[in-house]
Design a protein around this ligand. Structure first.
Ligand code: SAM
Length: 494
C-alpha cells in the first residue's frame, strides 16, 4: 500500500498486467477494447475499537486474532492502533493520538506470507518453478486448511471475497457492457482459470500428500483476490508479501503520499532481532480515528475496481487505455518497428489517458509513425534513423496529421457506441440513488470511460480544425536551411 497493494503478476508495472489482458488492436481497427460481502457488519457511524474488555461489536474471530498478536509479541500496550469495525469492513483505529509519520505497527518477518515463506515450507520444492503469486496462492490455501497453521487466527479474519469485479455475477458484469474494465476482468478471469488448471494438473494432483484437501477454482480465486487486494509490493526486496495485521489498513484519497511502509531491522521478540515490516501513519490522528494510507496514486478507477473492489469519487482516476499497433501488413513494418523499439516502444503501444490531462508525450509521435506512408515515407529511411523520432514529435505533413485525427476520432466514436447507456442516463441513475455497491461502481466506471473518450475525441477534433495553421516537416526543413522568409514566404528562388 504505500506503494502497496499494487501486486502485479508481471512485476514491471501494474499497467503491464492490465494491458496483458487487453487485445491489441491494429491501427486501422484502432479501437480500444474495450464473493461476497465482508463477514462483518459495517456500522455507518464511528468505528468500534477493540478494548481490553470484549466489545460485542467486534467479532470473536477478531478478538482471538488480537489476542494471538499479543501472545506472539507483535503488539503490546504501546501499539497505538487496534483492529476496528469500520465502514470499509475491518480497519486500524488509533487508540491514542498519533502524530504524522509515527510508526503505528511493526510485524516481524516470521509472520510474513511471501515467496520466501513458501520456499521454507513443506511445499517449497514443488512450488519452486511456479510464478511467485501462484506459489503464494497455494501456500495460502494450504495453510488455511491446516488446523495447526501458524496463521490460523489470521485466516479467520480474512474476508471471503471483496467487491473486485472478478467476483461479480454475470448480471452485475452486464452493467459494464462496452467498458475496458469488462474486457480486462474477463481476461483476468480466463488467465486465473488457465493458471489454476495448469497448477492443479502439474502440482496439486500429483502431490496428494502435500495437498490432501480439495482445491477448487473458487478457492484459487479467493487466494487470487486476497493477493490482489492485500499484498504489499515494492518494498525493498519484497514484490509480493502479505503482512497479517498491517493488511487491515484501508485506503483514503485524503492521503496523497505513498511512502508509509518500510522494511527495517529491529527487535522481534524478547531475545531476537529480525526484519520488521514497519508502517507509519501518513496523517496526524486523534484517538478513535481510523488510520488510512494511499494504496496507489497511479491506479485508475478500473484498476481499483479490479484489485480492491472499490473506486474513488473524484474523476482524476477516470482513465482509458488506447492500444495502438503497427500492423504486420504495413509495407514499412520492419522500419517502423525498429524506430518504435529504438524509442522504448514496440509493435503495440498502450497509452493511459486521463480526464483533463495532456496526452502521454509518446502518443502523438507513435501515432504519426504508425500512420506514416506515401510521400512522407522517406523519413523511414535509415539515414534518418537517429533523428526521426524528433521529427515525429512535431507534425510531419498535413496528410499524416489529418489521418491520425480522423482515425482517433473514429475509434472514439466506435468505442462510445459500444456502451449501452449515455452519460446522461448514468447520471440520472446515480442521482436517483438506490443502487447496490457494485451497480453504482459499474455506472461510475462506464461514465468515467465515456468522459475520457469524449475528451480524447475533442482533442483530435480541435487538432483537425487547426491543421491549416500547423507547421509541417518540409516547412521546418526550409526554415532550418534559411529558405523561408519572416512572413513564411519561400525565398529559395530569389
Ligand atoms: C488491505 S484490505 C483492508 C482491510 C479490509 N477492510 C478488511 O476488512 O479486511 C483492502 C480491502 O479493504 C477494503 N477497502 C479499503 N479501503 C477502502 C475504501 N476506501 N473504500 C472501500 N473499501 C475499502 C476493500 O475491500 C479492499 O479490497
Amino acid at each position: 500500500m504505500s506503494n502497496l497493494f499494487s501486486f502485479s503478476l508481471n512485476p514491471s508495472s501494474t499497467s503491464t498486467l492490465f494491458h496483458s489482458f487487453t487485445t491489441p488492436k491494429t491501427f486501422s481497427s484502432f479501437k480500444t477494447s474495450t464473493p461476497t460481502t465482508f463477514k462483518f457488519k459495517k456500522p455507518s457511524f464511528i468505528a468500534s475499537v477493540l478494548s481490553t474488555k470484549a466489545d460485542p461489536q467486534i467479532p470473536q474471530t477478531v478478538q482471538t486474532f488480537w489476542q494471538w498478536l499479543c501472545d506472539e509479541g507483535v503488539v503490546s500496550s504501546k501499539t497505538p492502533v487496534k483492529p476496528g469495525v469500520v465502514p470499509q469492513g475491518l480497519g486500524l483505529v488509533a487508540t491514542r493520538d498519533i502524530s504524522k509519520s509515527e510508526v503505528v505497527l511493526e510485524v516481524p518477518k516470521r509472520f510474513w506470507i511471501n515467496p520466501d515463506a513458501v520456499a521454507a515450507s513443506e511445499i517449497g520444492n514443488v512450488c519452486s518453478g511456479l510464478k511467485p503469486w501462484i506459489a503464494v496462492a497455494l501456500f495460502l490455501l494450504r495453510e488455511k486448511s491446516r488446523e495447526d497453521s501458524k496463521w490460523k487466527n489470521y485466516f479467520e479474519i480474512l474476508p471471503e471475497s471483496t467487491d473486485s469485479t472478478v467476483f461479480w455475477s454475470e448480471e452485475e458484469l452486464a452493467e459494464l457492457q462496452g467498458t475496458q474494465l469488462l474486457s480486462t476482468t474477463l481476461g483476468v478471469k480466463e488467465y486465473v482459470e488457465n493458471e489454476f488448471l495448469k497448477v492443479e494438473a502439474e502440482v496439486v494432483l500429483p502431490n496428494k500428500k502435500l495437498f490432501p484437501f480439495p482445491i477448487t477454482l473458487d478457492d484459487f480465486f479467493w487466494a487470487f483476490g486476497i493477493l490482489r487486494s492485500r499484498a504489499f509490493s515494492r518494498l525493498r526486496n519484497q514484490n509480493l508479501v502479505v503482512i497479517p495485521f498491517a493488511d487491515l489498513i484501508n485506503h483514503s484519497d485524503i492521503v496523497t503520499t505513498e511512502d508509509h511502509a518500510h522494511e527495517v531491522r529491529g527487535p522481534a521478540g524478547l531475545f531476537s532481532w529480525d526484519y520488521l515490516f514497519s508502517l507509519r501513519s501518513p496523517l496526524q490522528l486523534k484517538a478513535g480515528e481510523q488510520v488510512f494510507i494511499q494504496y496507489d496514486l497511479n491506479k485508475s478507477n478500473a484498476d481499483m475496481a479490479l484489485d480492491y473492489g472499490f473506486i474513488e469519487l473524484g474523476s482524476n482516476r477516470d482513465a482509458f487505455t488506447l492500444t495502438l499497433e503497427i500492423s504486420e501488413s504495413d509495407e514499412f513494418f520492419a522500419d517502423k518497428l525498429d524506430i518504435a523499439e529504438t524509442n522504448g516502444l514496440g509493435e503495440s503501444a498502450y497509452f493511459d489517458i486521463k480526464l483533463d490531462r495532456p496526452l502521454p508525450p509518446a502518443m502523438l509521435p507513435y501515432l504519426r509513425l504508425v500512420a506514416l506512408g506515401g510521400t512522407d515515407a522517406f523519413l523511414l529511411e535509415s539515414i534518418f534513423r537517429n533523428a526521426v523520432w524528433g521529427h515525429l514529435e512535431l507534425p510531419v505533413s498535413r496528410a499524416n496529421e489529418e489521418l491520425i485525427c480522423q482515425v482517433v476520432q473514429k475509434a472514439c466514436k466506435s468505442a462510445l457506441s459500444g456502451y449501452h447507456t449515455t452519460i446522461e442516463e448514468d447520471q440520472k441513475l446515480i442521482e436517483e440513488g438506490n443502487l447496490s455497491t457494485r451497480h453504482e461502481m459499474a455506472v461510475k466506471i462506464r461514465t468515467g470511460e465515456k468522459k475520457v473518450l469524449q475528451h480524447i475525441e475533442k482533442i483530435f477534433a480541435e487538432r483537425e480544425s487547426e491543421l491549416d495553421g500547423l507547421e509541417y516537416y518540409q516547412e521546418r526543413r526550409l526554415k532550418d536551411l534559411g529558405l523561408v522568409g519572416e512572413q513564411g514566404e519561400i525565398i529559395f528562388w530569389e
